[in-house]
Design a protein around this ligand. Structure first.
Ligand code: AGP
Length: 609
């Protein structure tokens, strides 16, 4: 997720570009750049690091141009660097482009362009677009853009600028947001409303497949074929702060609702088009490599640790390799049994958690092969590990991790299936079945998000309890741990998760009349046992909220309330079962008037021991 801005009008472009990028930094902040055309040539400045680094480079530079584009990056392809920062240009610098999204077929396109003599200066997927328009341009700017869009596959919001057309910006939208702000003798382009709200509240919100040809006194919207589209002006009523959260009250709720797209993006390019295989090209493992591994360690902290527990289940179930999961803060001091036949997988959203980084270094010191699963390209953990696979969740701002968790789960599932297919421990038929179900997950998450009213009711009714228990068996237990952490860390309720079978070994002593128990019962293989555990707590007059799969007609007989999630394979249902638990925690925190995005005593990335 990156931030894009564009300006064309009768004032200097640079101030709007820099101010707009500042407002969009929450969308990505590992590098930034601007391009301004000042009637003679295009001036481009880019810098790795936060936007301030770019502003520092621009100090003392006079930029009079009245047309320009800018970008603040959240890297997906190509580590954060000056060269990989946007904008990108063609060979002669006549075309300039900024991009948010993923061009899935950029490698074959890049190879073909290089074969034609194009020279590239970055590792990014985006630069391909600048060279493609150089190829297709024959005098008509918009026609050249349309030709480029026919060649590229993937998700994008793009803004093009050219010194050949100093009175025009062209933008195109597919799967990533783009708005055009309508001014008086000037017009604005941005990924998101916060960047333009201080200049205008009259906007065109572009839809997928739409192209905007933006001049200072006109905005023409067409479809990909160039046919005019009749757009209604959208008047923005939000205030600036609300706009940054996309209209949501908190970043956490915004990020919970971003999960369908985050999961879809994380899957993109990693499933064969025919649905037969998982293709983790960034790993390029072989059966021989895996035959040399006799144990896997998954090491992480907090929510990432909970994702690791699910990952253990996946790898053992599908790839039939022994997996141990450990808290990073324990692993590093445990004198772990690790050698060159051990694969250590570290999971970290931020890629900067000090305990996890230290555990990774300890694993390497002991000879292990190491793999990082992280959301931040170029992070310390990404750079330290032998190999890295990225979740593509975009920046996660709220301290409570949500979309990072579900993208970690989907990536661990794909990794496990990838390993299983290399080891032939899963039949082709079963692999196809699982991949087919995998592709449905984003839509099923959306479905789960569509009705939050019952969850709000539960949060209001039970949000003032001081103790809440989460119980489950198998993968339901792993999800229960995550649900309890969510509630604990943002509502400050003492929430604990227990393996249902453990209740009679002590915890049952705490189950008294009226205490809320969230019982996860999505795992069909242990369903009967789970129901008997629910009966145990009901016999002590607990209030039980069940989390179950659609179509379960039994559970309602044993619990006080039920939250259903779409049914799917029990391996994949954790991606759905966690969503009501995230929402329950969110609304309970609201009920209690807590600071949802910045809970007390906690930090987004724990970079100290
Ligand atoms: C999760 O909601 C918490 N914010 C916290 O447990 C977090 O998951 C943990 O600190 C690990 O962070 P990381 O994924 O960035 O390494």
């Amino acid at each position: 997720m990156c931030g894009i801005v564009g300006y064309i009008g009768n004032k200097s472009a640079a101030p709007f570009l820099l101010d707009g990028l500042t407002k969009l930094e929450y969308r990505g902040y590992d590098s930034a750049g601007i391009a301004v055309f000042d009637a003679h040539d295009v001036f481009i400045e880019k810098s790795v690091g936060r936007l301030d680094a770019l502003k520092e480079k621009l100090k003392g530079v006079t930029l009079d141009g009245v047309i320009g584009i800018g970008h603040t990056r959240w890297a997906t392809h190509g580590r954060p660097s000056d060269q990989n920062a946007h904008p990108h240009t063609d060979c002669n610098g006549e075309f300039v482009v900024v991009h948010n999204g993923i061009i899935e077929n950029f490698m074959p396109l890049k190879e073909a362009l290089i074969a034609k003599g194009h020279h590239f200066t970055s590792e990014t997927d985006t630069e391909v677009v600048a060279h493609l328009i150089e190829e297709f341009y024959e005098g008509d700017f918009a026609a050249a853009v349309r030709a480029v869009l026919k060649k590229i596959e993937g998700s994008y919001s793009l803004v093009f600028m050219s010194e050949k057309h100093p009175d025009t910006l062209i933008c195109a939208k597919q799967d990533n947001p783009l708005v055009v702000g309508l001014g008086d003798g000037e017009n604005f382009i941005a990924s998101d409303i916060p960047a333009i709200i201080s200049r205008t509240r009259r906007t065109y919100i572009l839809n997928d497949g739409e192209i905007a040809i933006v001049k200072k006194d006109s905005v023409e919207i067409t479809d990909r074929e160039g046919k005019p589209v009749d757009k209604k002006i959208f008047h923005v009523s939000w205030n600036a702060e609300a706009a940054e959260k996309g209209g949501y009250e908190h970043f956490m709720l915004k990020e919970i609702n971003e999960q369908p797209k985050a999961v879809r993006d994380t899957m993109s390019k990693r499933v064969a088009k025919d649905g037969s295989r998982i293709t983790l090209d960034e790993l390029n493992w072989s059966k021989e490599f895996l035959d040399g591994i006799d144990k896997v360690y998954i090491v992480a902290c907090g929510t990432a640790y909970h994702a690791g527990l699910v990952g253990k289940f996946y790898i053992e179930k599908l790839a039939r390799i022994l997996v141990e999961v450990d808290l990073a803060s324990e692993f590093r001091y445990r004198d772990p049994i690790v050698d060159e036949k051990t694969l250590v997988i570290v999971i970290s959203q931020s890629g900067e958690t000090s305990d996890t980084l230290a555990a990774l270094k300890e694993a390497k010191r002991r000879g292990a092969r190491t793999l990082a699963v992280t959301n931040v390209v170029g992070s310390s953990i990404a750079r330290e590990a032998d190999q890295v696979v990225h979740t593509w969740a975009g920046p996660e701002i709220a301290v409570a991790s949500t979309k990072a968790y579900t993208t970690q789960l989907i990536l661990m599932f794909m990794l496990a299936l990838y390993m299983a297919q290399l080891r032939s421990t899963v039949s082709d038929e079963r692999a196809r079945e699982l991949i087919g179900l995998l592709k449905k997950i984003p839509a099923q998450i959306s479905e789960t998000l569509s009705d939050v009213e019952p969850i709000k009711t539960f949060a209001r009714r039970y949000g003032f309890n001081e103790d809440v228990f989460y119980i489950g068996r198998s993968l339901d237990y792993d999800v229960a741990l995550e649900g309890a952490l969510k509630l604990k860390e943002i509502s400050y309720i003492h929430a604990e998760a227990y393996a249902s079978g453990e209740l009679k070994h002590g915890t049952l002593a705490l189950i008294v009349e009226g205490v809320p128990v969230i019982a996860l019962a999505t795992q069909k293989s242990v369903y009967e046992k789970t129901i008997s555990n629910i009966k145990e707590v009901k016999a002590r007059d607990a209030v039980v909220i069940g989390i179950a799969a659609d179509g379960d007609e039994e559970i309602g007989k044993f619990v006080d309330h039920v939250m259903f999630v779409p049914d799917t394979d029990e391996l994949l249902i954790p991606l759905l079962a966690v969503v009501p638990l995230q929402l329950l925690a969110y609304y309970a925190a609201i009920t209690r008037g807590c600071d949802v995005d910045k809970p007390r005593n906690l930090a987004k990335s724990v970079t100290v021991e």
